[in-house]
Write a protein that binds this ligand. Structure first.
Ligand SMILES: Nc1nc2c(ncn2[C@@H]2O[C@H](COP(=O)(O)OP(=O)(O)OP(=O)(O)O)[C@@H](O)[C@H]2O)c(=O)[nH]1
Ligand SMILES: [Mg+2]
Length: 495
């Protein structure tokens, strides 16, 4: 029984589930989260059940934490926990040592903390049980709690309840998941920025200004005999226009943050035999690819992931660009061009000891507007002054992959390139949050048009719609189900 239950818990780990605000359904039932029965929005009405889940990752650990949340949390845990004091005498937010029992059978010695609603993560009565971190122990505790009436939690359901109960905005909920899943220092930095409410600080003034504009317009509708003063009209127009540009700014900054979170792509390209693979090996700190004095050694794209200034960077080595060669080599060159079109940064390698060839000049001409970094390699063999002066000073790096001279300066600039891409005050917005902003922007664009056409009642309704949409972000209203679903289905069980 325990094994079966445990396997069902493991299979549910980080598996998508769904939530409902309860607006579309009237029934209420508990759903056991087995792999054949993933609740969907339609099947899973707003749950009043007390939920439980293991909050720590599966596997062996010094401790494992079980969370219980809901109206019956104290009754359920109280029925299996024994300590010097009875459960209802335990003080809230205080750690107690005690034992869990399954009937007469001792389960584990644990620490527990009781949180009384609304002063808890979910805003409900909650208990956290700190047990020993064995998978068997934890699955036994979960099974025990379920026998006493708790339901298994869906992925992200604790945080979902926190949002539903007004304990946090969806922005903050998202940031918590991003903190957990971030792979680089930079990703964590962005998630922390969002956690601290920088997005909300951006939205709140915008919302305040729009509300003021709305009051003005509504006054003119209520007292049409007084009309609306031209000065007021231009102020309202300004407010709406500046709200639109604030939203654009947020979306643009988010796009740049996204690059840093999702990672960037960089390609080393250039003529055959200029030293691309040698530089690739230096950057990945490994003899990953074959280096040889035979032109056309690299025939396909090879990649490695680096961490540059906290940004995950996928670096590609590529086949030397030339128009002659066998069919395999030409296919390699085609792939190189295909990748060049998609990367975020191009590192164009040139042999600085020689004059730039006509073929190279063509390639350079095609890539100039992509602002590549120029790696002028093989400086140990001598430096052709004409070759050097063909490239802009601020983006050329005279190096030798053989002696490593000049590599420090290049690597510092490479790091700076990513460092400078992080906007100082933006946050990353998921597709769901960006979608909400874009919708608000559409209403504001309509409002702008209607003000221009003196259709003030329509403009007022557009601004109201924009404010309603923005209220999903400030936590004043719960967003529609599909948005909640897309946010919380990315969470793990127990979060
Ligand atoms: N002297 C000198 N030789 C270098 C330097 N960089 C690379 N080489 C040599 O140049 C030859 C070609 O190097 P690769 O790194 O294979 O060049 P590539 O651009 O990847 O060549 P393909 O894959 O054929 O396009 C090898 O013999 C390297 O040892 C350098 O900075 N100085
Ligand atoms: Mg190569």
């Amino acid at each position: 029984m325990l094994c079966r239950l445990f396997s069902s818990l493991c299979s549910a780990e980080c598996r998508p589930g769904s939530f409902s605000t309860g607006r579309h359904s009237t029934s209420s039932h508990s759903a056991i989260n087995t792999s054949s029965n993933v609740p969907t929005i339609k099947q899973m009405p707003l749950r009043n059940e007390t939920i439980c889940a293991v909050a720590t990752p599966p596997g062996k650990g010094a401790i494992g934490i079980v969370r219980v949340s809901g109206k019956e949390a104290f009754g359920i845990v109280g029925s299996v926990f024994r300590a010097k004091l009875p459960f209802d005498k335990l003080l809230e937010r205080t750690v107690y040592l005690g034992r869990l029992y399954d009937g007469k059978e001792f389960v584990d010695e644990v620490l527990i903390v009781k949180y009384v609603a609304p002063a808890s993560y979910t805003g409900e009565d909650m208990v956290e049980i700190f047990a020993h971190g064995g998978t068997r122990i934890l699955s036994w505790i979960i099974e025990l709690l379920q026998r006493r009436g708790a339901s298994p939690a869906l992925p992200g359901e604790f945080t979902f309840r926190a949002v539903s109960n007004g304990k946090m905005t969806i922005e903050k909920a998202e940031s918590i998941n991003e903190m957990i899943t971030s792979r680089t220092r930079r990703g964590l930095e962005l998630a922390r920025r969002k956690f601290n409410g920088s997005f909300e600080r951006f939205i709140l003034p915008l919302e305040g200004n729009l509300k003021e504009a709305l009051v003005n317009i509504e006054a003119s509708i209520d007292f049409p005999e007084q009309g609306i003063k031209p000065a007021d009209v231009s102020r309202i127009q300004q407010t709406v226009a500046s709200a639109i540009s604030r939203i654009d700014e947020m979306l643009e900054k988010s796009e740049r943050c996204n690059l840093l979170l999702d990672g960037a792509e960089v390609i080393l390209c250039g003529a055959p035999n200029v030293g691309k693979s040698s530089i690739f090996n230096i950057l990945v700190r490994d003899e990953r690819v074959i280096v040889s004095d035979e032109p056309g050694t690299t025939r396909d794209l090879v990649d490695a992931t680096l961490n540059i200034a906290g940004v995950p960077v996928r670096l590609y080595d590529s086949a030397g660009i030339r128009t002659s060669g066998d069919s395999i080599e030409l296919e390699g060159v085609r792939r190189t061009w295909h990748k060049i079109e998609r990367v975020d940064l191009i590192l164009l390698v040139v042999d600085v000891s020689k004059p730039v060839s006509d073929d190279e000049k063509k390639v350079i001409g095609e890539l100039l507007d992509r602002e590549p970094f120029f790696l002028l390699n093989k400086a140990d063999l001598g430096v052709n002054e004409e070759t050097i002066s063909a490239f802009p000073e601020e983006r050329r790096f005279v190096i030798s992959a053989k002696t490593k001279d000049g590599m420090d300066r290049f690597e510092a600039a490479f790091e700076r390139f990513f460092d400078e891409h992080l906007p100082v005050d933006g946050v990353f917005l998921s597709a769901s949050l960006s979608g909400i902003l874009m919708k608000a922007k559409r209403f504001l664009a309509l409002a702008k048009q209607n003000i221009y056409q003196e259709a003030y009642d329509l403009a007022a309704s557009d601004i109201r719609e924009a404010l309603d949409t923005l209220s999903f972000l400030t936590g004043k209203n719960l967003p529609p189900e599909e948005i909640l679903d897309s946010i919380f289905s990315r969470f793990c069980i127990g979060k």
